[in-house]
Design a binder for this molecule. Structure first.
Ligand code: ZN
Ligand code: ZN
Length: 360
């Protein structure tokens, strides 16, 4: 088995040189050569990378702490292994398709790592924030942490699963919803929501999709949701809450997944959940608190679960739905060199679906 394929000395990488500064398209970015890889590392030739809202937060400096720059952004990569560091103990082979996630590596020995919650490891590396990410033609990644991509998945569809897909699938598991249960998804047509809808339907949940607009209704109904609730049809949040309860046996859904960043989606979900219901919080809405009136929160026996990306196992499961044709990300492909324009359009709210950048 060869340990490497041909790799160029330089290739294109998109570099954040400082907060909000123009992104440098560096086509002379050095590529780590196979003989320079450390044990445990692989060199990945990236084919596609998704663009996530978090990439925009990092470029604009909307993070709780300063991010070290210069930095290659991006954390939804799909490509092929082209070299393996000498002495690396791995089942990976050169030519294999792999994905790169937000979490780039972990210690593998702490209690979180050992309990399937490796995303909470205190030593986690983070792609496109704490180390160079996927807005590049080549990158170095940890062999034990890349996600094998099953045969037959087009890599432009695999890329958004590595963040948006794993995040929604992991959150869905956190709701503990069972086949036949009602699940309300707010922001149902967005980058996260449209995947949550498909995962939920694939495991036999009854889905109430909440969003606004005829295009969004069409998308959700095309997936086969049981009900689409257009929030624009209701004069108040109270009316919308009553409508969702009425659809779900008159007492509300068993679970709610909040993928919407605007409005009062969290507050509404807490109101419309049935007793013993679970809210899974996914959307990172700035300056937002999840508030509940304590008497009714306890009286209804509610659970609120924050859900932060997902584990390695979640990533494998999330990709498997795509491989089996049960879930298909809605993507538009653009060129890697257009990353700044994509981030600017995202900032203006002009992006629908998921933009995936072609790296070569
Ligand atoms: Zn992301
Ligand atoms: Zn750990």
């Amino acid at each position: 088995m060869p340990l490497s394929a041909e790799v160029p000395a330089h290739a294109l990488a998109c570099v954040y040189e400082g907060v909000g500064l123009p992104i440098k398209l560096d086509d002379k970015h050095p590529v780590t050569q196979p003989q320079d890889l450390k044990q445990g590392e692989v060199l990945v030739k990236l084919e596609y990378t998704g663009v996530c809202h978090t990439d925009l937060h990092i470029w604009k400096g909307d993070t709780p702490f300063p991010v070290p720059m210069p930095l290659v952004g991006g954390h939804e990569g799909a490509g092929h292994v082209v070299a393996i560091g000498e002495g690396t103990d791995t089942a990976l082979s050169v030519g294999q398709a792999v994905g790169v996630k937000w979490i780039a590596d972990t210690c593998s020995t702490c209690s979180y790592c050992m309990n399937g919650a490796d995303q909470h490891c205190a030593k986690a590396g983070v792609s496109g924030m704490l180390q160079d990410g996927t807005f590049a033609q080549y990158m170095v990644a940890a062999a034990r942490y890349v996600t094998p991509i099953p045969d037959g998945i087009p890599l432009e569809l695999a890329a958004p699963v590595l963040c948006a897909g794993v995040t929604t699938w992991s959150a869905l598991k956190r709701t503990n919803a069972k086949p036949g249960d009602w699940l309300a998804i707010s922001g149902a047509s967005g980058g996260l929501g449209h995947l949550a809808v498909q995962y939920a339907l694939a495991i036999g949940l009854r889905v109430v999709a909440i969003d606004g607009g005829d295009d969004k209704r069409k998308l959700c109904e095309g997936y086969g949701v049981d009900h689409f609730v257009d929030f624009r049809d209701y004069k108040s949040g109270a009316e919308l809450i009553d409508a969702v309860k009425a659809i779900c046996d008159g007492i509300g859904p068993h679970a709610a997944l909040v993928c919407a960043t605007g409005g009062n989606a969290y507050g509404q979900a807490i109101e419309f959940l049935r007793a013993r219901g679970t809210l899974a919080a996914v959307a990172l809405a700035a300056n937002t608190k999840i508030e509940a009136e304590v008497f009714s929160f306890i009286g209804k026996g509610l659970t609120v679960a924050g859900s932060y990306v997902g584990s390695r196992q979640d990533a494998i499961e999330a990709l498997s739905f795509v491989a089996r044709g049960k879930v298909r990300p809605n993507v538009q492909v653009e060129a890697l060199k257009d990353v700044q324009s994509v981030l600017e359009r995202m900032d203006r709210g002009q992006i629908s679906g998921r933009i995936v950048l072609k790296c070569h």
